[in-house]
Design a protein. Structure first.
Length: 448
């Protein structure tokens, strides 16, 4: 049995009646059962968990027997996990286990089922995730997870080096939890991050990207990026040139990396927006020139956009994310006048959703610069937004789908089928955007 001195006999976590019923069923059949991991951490912090993970002393086949009247999915039988579907809801139940060696720094070569809860919790990554709860028995906290939650600390269970060598993705998870929860990273754990960061080479890029997204949208992203830059540099080596690269320009008070981090902190917590700010100036060090001791970065928008494409491709992001970030980076430094025609031109290039995101990008960029003309820059963006709203409200034409004529109309008017139809439509659209022609069918057909 578990060490009862490590179980807090208090009912401080509200779990659903259905979850209690699952635990009660297992215990009625002679087994132990607890909710465990992140759901307990979140509940203890006053957050509502999305799912409740259950661990038990019952072997997988014994768990299945306890719920013989339910649909069973053998989710991860090798690792002791089955999913029980009860009342149309899935419950993931895992047998207490300890892990064998991690020869690939990603997953255990083998697992061994055990009967003690403490053994199961000892294999977990961080103390805040190594807490279990049973509504009859109370809170099981063998490794000081509750104290670390109260002290806002990320600390590995047992040896930090061993935990990271078992699964190197835990390096990114440590930063992610610190960013998302606003926690500091324990000194020993932080040291182990750096000692083992090369092991990230063994981790699939998709897994790293998923953790990077969660890190970037955390409330403490600024603190984590500045204090653990070398870890981020490990997964995006191009960042190294940005660190300490002074801009020597009156519009800037920070080096390129610090400006980048400040801009990330200034934009809403959306993965696309924060990836954009992470990469918007990444090409600056490669195109620096100086005139009369003033630094310039001519063409950095295109260079940064191309680099963003390469980096996100390497990290296996979806094409949708890559294309969105690439476009936002390309236009992040564009001069947008608060007038219908330039607004419609840009709308034609980027679309409504991207245009609105671009204004957020430009605002975050401006706030992370010096105070020189900052007020004027922000006021100009407000005017652009107002003018954009007017263009959209009036349903002014800025794309082919809004043009009053289509390909069939042109063919009926005598334009030969083929490439000339598309060229003609685009010429008409340009005339409408530039307000040299009205967007009505009769006038446009006369122009043909």
């Amino acid at each position: 049995m578990q060490d009862r001195d490590s179980v807090l006999k208090v009912n401080i976590i509200n779990i659903s009646d259905e979850t209690k019923g699952m635990i009660d069923t297992l215990e009625a059949n002679g087994y132990e059962a607890y909710v465990v991991g992140g759901c307990v951490r979140d509940a203890f912090m006053g957050k509502k968990p999305e799912d409740w993970d259950i661990c038990t002393s019952a072997l997988p086949e014994q768990t299945a027997a306890c719920f013989s009247d339910c649909h069973i999915i053998e989710t991860g039988l090798k690792h002791g996990t089955i999913t029980v579907i009860k009342n149309h809801r899935p419950f993931e139940i895992t047998t207490y286990r300890i892990d064998g060696d991690y020869s690939d720094n990603r997953r255990p070569d083998s697992v061994k089922f055990v009967s003690e809860l403490k053994d199961d919790l000892s294999r977990r990554d961080f103390t805040i995730n190594a807490i279990a709860y049973n509504h009859n028995r109370g809170l099981a906290d063998f490794f000081g997870g509750v104290s670390d939650i109260k002290n806002k600390m990320i600390r590995c269970v047992g040896s930090a080096d061993k935990r990271f060598q078992e699964d190197a993705l835990r390096i990114m998870r440590a930063l992610r939890f610190a960013s998302a929860l606003g926690f500091a990273i324990d000194e020993d754990t932080s040291g182990a991050l750096y000692r083992n960061k090369e092991l990230l080479d063994n981790i699939a890029m998709e897994r790293i990207a998923a953790e990077l997204n969660k890190l970037l949208v955390g409330d403490s992203v600024k603190e984590i990026l500045l204090s653990h830059t070398q870890i981020i540099e490990k997964i995006i080596p191009e960042i190294k040139d940005m660190i300490g690269f002074e801009q020597n320009n009156p519009h800037h008070v920070f080096d390129v990396w610090r400006h980048t981090v400040e801009s990330i902190n200034n934009i809403p917590a959306d993965p696309v927006l924060r990836l954009t700010m992470l990469l918007h100036d990444i090409g600056k060090p490669g195109c620096y020139t100086e005139t009369d001791s003033v630094g310039h970065f001519h063409g950095h928008q295109q260079i940064s956009s191309d680099m963003a494409w390469d980096i996100l491709k390497r990290l296996k992001y979806s094409n949708a994310v890559i294309n969105a970030v690439k476009k936002l980076v390309l236009y992040h430094d564009s001069d947008i006048k608060p007038e219908p025609r330039p607004i419609k031109r840009l709308l034609n290039k980027v679309g409504e959703e991207r245009f609105k995101q671009l204004l957020l990008v430009k605002r975050a960029d401006a706030i992370a610069q010096s105070e020189l003309f900052r007020k004027e820059k922000l006021e100009s963006l407000d005017k652009v937004l107002k003018a954009l709203d007017k263009v959209l409200e009036e349903q002014q034409c800025f794309s082919l789908k809004d043009l009053a004529v289509n390909g069939r109309d042109l063919i009926d008017a005598g334009i030969p089928e083929g490439a000339e139809v598309g060229k003609c439509l685009n010429r008409l659209l340009k005339l409408v955007i530039e307000e040299s022609a009205d967007n009505n069918k009769e006038d446009l057909l006369k122009l043909i």
